[in-house]
Design a binder for this molecule. Structure first.
Ligand code: WTA
Length: 617
């Protein structure tokens, strides 16, 4: 038996406090301060406390080994074992996953015993295909139980999963599979969302040396067997691509055991979970939230995780509320964009349902504006439920900032660093000053390691009293409906259109999506009246094909030139200010073609609104 009881920890007062009171540790200012102080002073004791929630094959003796720069370096365990097998023994009949589909009443309930079978079958298929430890396996699937089971199956056999959001295009999928050297791809033929059949099969590249495993067509082995691959702290769990400042997305690699520790400790403390919680996170596994808090954290803690593959507004704008009532959901975690879009509909869609099972609400992915916060608090939480506005990133693996879980919260303020994490604001930028187990291991394809002690987040932040308020990205990342995309990725796609000479994309605020993309486009020839719609369509199609349908610029201004420095660099700051109607904050002395500025200012006053233009025949 691999049990955690054998951890020889000093049971001092601090540990006992944490042991018995994780639910209150994040509720009250004084308790928070006390625990935070101790967690920074005694990091080893703090993290080892949470390491006890993990079932170990070999129990680690130290949380962080400075010399090796490794977490849990002598521990041995397996993520799948902790999320599935141990619960299949203890609570086999408890629902692990409850799935809701696109139409009302479409529902599947998968118990922990059934999830274990599903995981074993997928793992056995991978094994039969010769997949070994450390092989990279793509997963291109909708939000169905098999998608979560595929991630867990990879973890079981020590393979590294690479989930590609089902909304990404063939080109985006291809890029991720090739740059990560993926060996196989787990997928299904199609799925239904918003009343439409969406084909994944049409996006599967046929010209790659990747073993395509379509779970609709494979025959599952009877009595499937796949031994657990016990992992140590240097072994990896997944790669997830996200956007940075360059034209190509970067692959963020997370190691298995330290990630598991960070994600499950933050989940336990920040949401104050109870063993009978029914938990519903609306994030797709294509994003980091879908990894950490739809899949791994709730299953690790043996809760029931509710997943939904439909659209929140189809057939009507009540799907989330309907599911919360039906499943008696106690913790609901979603994104501000979803809240804003549902807020626009008549309140009758909410009022119809009994949401009294809710205890805690969550928000993630982008800043939550006051009006959305208030609507969420009053109408969904009925003024009883704290809103955990959690700030974090793909790179951090799990939540870094959240407000305390009580009813004195201030809207839109993420608030406090998690225990054991030292944050600061340097030159307006939020940074993390110490080592914590959630931080990514490396960025691929270069395998650049996260060695520096200071981690710069790229987000602008300010203090409000003792709380941290996030203002937004400082770099060329654009956050559309909580989807993180790089402006350079848009530009690469736009520049592929024959008529385009060059382009620059900046973020502007959008009432519904938080931000949207504004593209300045320089053409190779003067624009003729009749071909405007045609070029706009080409641009929109190119972003759709190269990135995915979530990445369309909403506004285009065709301009004769872009402001440049002597060395030919586009002055983006200036373009951002102009598109946002802000006072200029860039250094104009460096702009060699400053005569362009007035023309740019005039052109952004009446840009082309792409959705309208694309409707024209
Ligand atoms: C933004 C998503 C304000 C932020 C988990 C960050 C937020 C980027 C919040 C990471 C929040 C995420 N308030 N902004 N509560 N949560 N962000 O990697 O700009 O997809 O840097 O991870 O989203 O996006 P990512």
């Amino acid at each position: 038996m691999f049990v955690s009881d054998s951890i020889l920890l000093q049971r001092d007062k601090f540990l006992i406090l944490m042991n018995f009171e994780h639910e209150i540790a994040w509720e009250n200012d004084q308790v928070y301060e006390e625990v935070y102080r101790k967690s920074i002073e005694f990091p080893n004791e703090f993290w080892m406390q949470y390491a006890q929630d993990i079932t170990w094959k070999r129990v680690p003796t130290l949380a962080y080994d400075k010399k090796k720069n490794e977490w849990l370096s002598d521990g041995i365990s397996n993520v799948c074992y902790n999320c599935v097998d141990r619960h299949a023994i203890e609570t086999p009949r408890k629902p692990a996953i409850i799935w809701h589909g696109d139409e009302y009443g479409e529902r599947r309930e998968i118990s922990y015993a059934e999830l274990q079978q599903m995981v074993l079958q997928i793992a056995a298929i991978l094994k039969n295909r010769g997949i070994k430890k450390n092989d990279v396996i793509g997963i291109y699937m909708p939000m169905i139980p098999e998608a979560l089971a595929s991630m867990l199956a990879c973890s079981r056999i020590g393979a590294i999963h690479l989930v590609v959001f089902a909304g990404f295009s063939q080109e985006a999928l291809k890029y991720r599979l090739t740059t990560s050297n993926a060996r196989a791809l787990l997928t299904v033929t199609s799925f239904r969302r918003g009343g439409k059949e969406i084909s994944l099969a049409k996006n599967i590249p046929s010209d790659l040396d990747v073993d395509i495993i379509n779970l609709d067509n494979v025959s599952f082995p009877k009595n499937a067997k796949a031994e657990i691959e016990w992992q140590n702290s240097d072994d990896d769990l997944f790669i997830l691509y996200t956007s940075g400042s360059s034209g190509k997305p970067k692959g963020v690699l997370h190691s298995a055991l330290p990630y598991m520790l960070y994600v499950t400790a933050t989940f336990k403390v920040i949401f104050g979970i109870k063993s009978d919680d029914v938990y519903f996170c609306t994030s797709d596994i294509g994003w980091i939230t879908g990894h950490s808090y739809t899949t791994y954290a709730p299953l690790f803690h043996g809760l029931t995780t509710v997943i939904f593959s439909g659209s929140p507004t189809y057939p009507q704008a009540d799907r989330y509320w309907e599911i919360i009532e039906k499943e008696r959901v106690s913790i609901f975690y979603t994104a501000p964009t979803a809240i804003r879009s549902l807020q626009m509909f008549n309140k009758k869609f909410v009022k119809k349902y009994d949401l009294s099972s809710l205890r805690v609400l969550g928000s993630v992915g982008e800043p939550i504006n006051k009006s959305a916060w208030k609507w969420y608090f009053e109408n969904i939480g009925n003024k009883r439920c704290p809103i955990m506005d959690t700030w974090w990133q793909t790179e951090t693996g799990g939540i870094i900032l959240a407000p305390l879980r009580n009813l004195n919260q201030k809207p839109g303020i993420a608030g406090k660093p998690f225990f054991g994490v030292e944050t600061d604001i340097i030159n307006g930028e939020l940074v993390i000053k110490n080592k914590f187990p959630g931080l990514y291991k490396a960025i691929i394809p270069e395998f650049k390691k996260a060695d520096n002690v200071l981690y710069k987040t790229g987000d602008e932040a300010v203090y409000e009293d003792s709380d941290i308020k996030i203002k937004g990205r400082m770099d060329d990342v654009i956050n559309i409906s909580g989807h993180r995309l790089g402006t350079a990725e848009f530009e690469c796609a736009i520049n592929k259109v024959d008529e385009v000479k060059e382009s620059a994309v900046v973020a502007i605020p959008d009432e519904l999506k938080g931000q949207t993309a504004f593209a300045y486009v320089v053409l190779t020839r003067p624009l003729e009246k009749n071909d405007c719609a045609d070029i706009v369509k080409k641009i929109v199609n190119s972003t759709r094909n190269n990135i995915g349908s979530i990445a369309k610029p909403d506004y285009i201004a065709f301009v004769p030139d872009l402001p440049k420095t002597r060395s030919g660099k586009i002055v983006r700051k200036l373009l951002r200010d102009i598109a946002n109607g802000n006072e200029n904050s860039a250094d104009l002395n460096s702009v060699i073609n400053s005569e362009i500025i007035e023309i740019l200012k005039a052109s952004v006053k009446s840009p082309i609104f792409c959705p309208d233009m694309c409707k024209l025949k």
